[in-house]
Design a protein around this ligand. Structure first.
Ligand code: ACO
Length: 385
């Protein structure tokens, strides 16, 4: 069996899905048919997560139950904290998160593994949405030598996340801005990490492993890891005056500008548009950050140079500026992305299970045939290629 080979499976549908939709030409993103801008204006992250996973906006009773189930599942067992204690302080938080999430199945086994039982997917979803932020925050405090703080029962999902990281509850507006960031990162059709989640889901492994595999994929610099690189780049550029020379040098060396470009969008990413507004709102409240001016200049000059190729700022371009102002360290940007994307991965996991078929693509073989075995003594000392 053979077919046309497309590197990166570009343009090849990997699944049928009714979870989210992108119009890359017009810069439209919808979750379950609702425009992202509308959800950002009216919804909350947990309500959006419910919409993504279960297909409809919840009723008031359903939402209250969902929020309360997540609230009471936020804590992690002390053995998980002990495990985190053993991680090197220099570990990347994404590696720590991936390890802990894959271990969750040992601590919170979903023993009744009936993939068609709605209770099974509901429990898996609430366990994971509840515990991923607690793990991220625990690693952050413990690598500094501190004890993790317990989740705060009186705080919303977003406010509690910031509280667990900074040991201080944010004000309402700040928590709201962070909550909107989570909505914006919650889902984005079948990208690399979601595809990875689908493949693992199709083997019928448990949802913790599904999520752990997706987290591993999200961490790469061409995917979710780009937000970290954007902040490092803005710091390196330093001033608005340096933007032009930096850009010229990078492009002359044919290097990529982190936070620019997207496989699907040929416009500015609609999420980057909302995020830029949120940056301004947050800076009005908490004070300006000079790197925002650098980012704006970079967007302007980068668009002049790259716009004709359809390369514009993506979701990672402005998010780091918000996280930095919220006291989130740079290497935690991608774990925060993973917290939000947990909703989307779970939605795709559930959808995959509803009509599962094991992923087993084919390949175009480019190797040799009928090669005779050469005895070790007869081989010349060629370097590995
Ligand atoms: N900076 C400069 N030039 C770029 C960039 C960039 N960030 N992205 C693409 N280009 C150029 C390419 O060099 C190429 O130019 P050429 O035709 O002259 O050779 C052209 O645009 C098309 O590039 P492709 O490789 O076909 O684009 P692709 O769809 O594979 O790239 C990707 C998508 C990987 C995201 C790319 O834009 C990139 O590397 N961006 C930087 C990393 C980044 O920000 N990633 C986050 C993406 S969003 C997310 O995953 C959450």
């Amino acid at each position: 069996m053979s077919g046309e080979y497309k590197p990166g499976l570009e343009g090849i549908p990997a699944t049928q899905s009714n979870i989210s939709y992108i119009d890359g030409q017009q810069g439209i993103l919808e979750y379950r048919g609702i425009r992202i801008e509308e959800l950002c204006a009216h919804s909350s992250f947990l309500e959006t997560a419910y919409l993504l996973i279960f297909g409809e906006l919840p009723t008031a009773v359903q939402l209250q139950q969902f929020e309360s189930d997540i609230l009471y599942r936020r804590r992690i067992k002390y053995r998980i904290r002990d495990m985190i204690k053993c991680f090197p302080e220099s570990a990347h938080p994404m590696d720590a998160l991936q390890t802990c999430v894959s271990a969750l199945g040992m601590f919170y086994p979903l023993t009744y593994k009936d993939f068609h039982d709605p209770q099974y997917t509901y429990d898996a979803s609430t366990w994971l949405l509840a515990k991923v932020p607690t793990i991220v925050a625990a690693f952050q405090l413990m690598r500094k030598g501190n004890d993790p703080v317990l989740p705060h029962d009186d705080l919303s999902y977003a406010a509690n996340m910031l509280y667990m990281l900074n040991e201080k509850a944010p004000d309402l507006e700040v928590a709201q801005i962070f909550d909107t960031c989570l909505i914006l990162h919650a889902e984005h059709t079948v990208n690399a990490s979601t595809f990875c989640a689908l493949v693992t889901a199709s083997t019928l492994n448990d949802p913790y492993v599904v999520l752990a595999s997706a987290i591993g994929t999200l961490g790469g610099p061409l995917h979710g890891g780009a937000n970290e690189q954007v902040m490092q780049m803005l710091e390196k550029i330093g001033t608005v005056e340096n933007v032009g020379p930096y850009l010229a040098e990078k492009l002359a060396r044919k290097e990529r500008i982190p936070g620019f470009g997207h496989r699907v969008y040929r416009t500015k990413d609609p999420r980057a548009i909302v995020l830029q507004r949120l940056v301004e709102q947050l800076f009005d409240r908490l004070g300006h950050d000079r790197y925002y001016d650098v980012a704006v200049a970079l967007e302007e000059q980068g668009t002049e140079r790259l716009g004709e190729k359809g390369i514009f700022p993506n979701v990672d371009f402005y998010s780091g500026l918000i996280y930095r102002k919220l006291g989130i360290p740079t290497d935690l940007f991608t774990p925060v992305f993973a917290i939000a994307r947990t909703a989307g991965w779970l939605a795709h996991w559930r959808e995959q299970l509803s009509d599962n078929r094991l992923f087993r693509p084919t390949q175009v073989y480019t190797g040799r045939h009928d090669v005779r075995y050469t005895p070790l003594t007869a081989r010349s000392g060629r370097a590995l290629q």
